[in-house]
Design a protein around this ligand. Sequence first.
Ligand SMILES: C[S@@+](CC[C@H](N)C(=O)[O-])C[C@H]1O[C@@H](n2cnc3c(N)ncnc32)[C@H](O)[C@@H]1O
Length: 276
Amino acid sequence: MEEKCCVIPQKKVLDESYWDSQYKDNTTGWDIGHVSPPMKAYIDSLTNKDLHILIPGCGNTYEAEYLLQQGFHHVTVIDIAPTLVEKLQSKFAGNANIHIVLGDFFTHAGQYDLILEQTFFCALPPTMRPRYVAKMHELLKEDGALAGVLFNRSFDDGPPFGGSQEEYEALFNSAFHRISMQPCEHSIVKRANSELVFECRKNSQVVVHLYSFRGITCNGCMTTVTNKFKEIEGVLNVRMNTDYSEVMIVSESEPDMQKLQDAIAYDAKYQIEKVK
Ligand SMILES: C[S@@+](CC[C@H](N)C(=O)[O-])C[C@H]1O[C@@H](n2cnc3c(N)ncnc32)[C@H](O)[C@@H]1O
């Protein structure tokens, strides 16, 4: 499967300079050159053209182009790669229906009815997955939807970084509800049988907070700490990232910092600090 977008080893930081060099060097193996068929099918199912829609990590953004053709008029796209964004700004110059943002999705501010996911999640280091969920929750309006396509397979290295339905459902659980996720029927040939289409709704009854964490070095300790946090009243989901440096806590109200600290006080190495 020719999905590789990296010409630089995996350990390289996936920052602005990494992504910009992919566009400069034309090593954009992920770019299919047209609206992705599952995204087209999803967009075709939408009836409200007034939705405020965001496409993060938009790339050449054939999806936004299709949205505009269908009459959507509040489309925002964001990408971190300056070379790409400059090209998009000239392609869509004068079109008031699309707002093109150069920047990091994780510092973007806004409120959207719908966020479309198309090979952005898989482009991020897996350590950022809890952060991705927290940010999506923040950017959506009440009952807003996150929808799109996720890989249902693993890769030897990445990007792209793969995953499974079980992992994604556990990750989105509680921060999002009405989660529907199934094998994709409209994938392009080279992605056949390896994608999931999904839609989930922001759960506005919960708060989602992200904390930096220090002191964990193995999965066993991560499970113990996660379970301790889950025992705190009102906590609904706890997801620690893959290098144990961040933890997302979904709860009915903001967790008491002292309770979080008490839960890990059995090991002096452990330290937790609120990020957002
Ligand atoms: C694999 S490409 C997918 C592009 C497009 N969605 C597509 O399907 O063709 C990932 C995109 O995410 C962008 N990106 C990566 N990290 C980002 C971040 N933190 N904020 C905004 N864009 C980012 C990259 O510049 C790149 O254009």
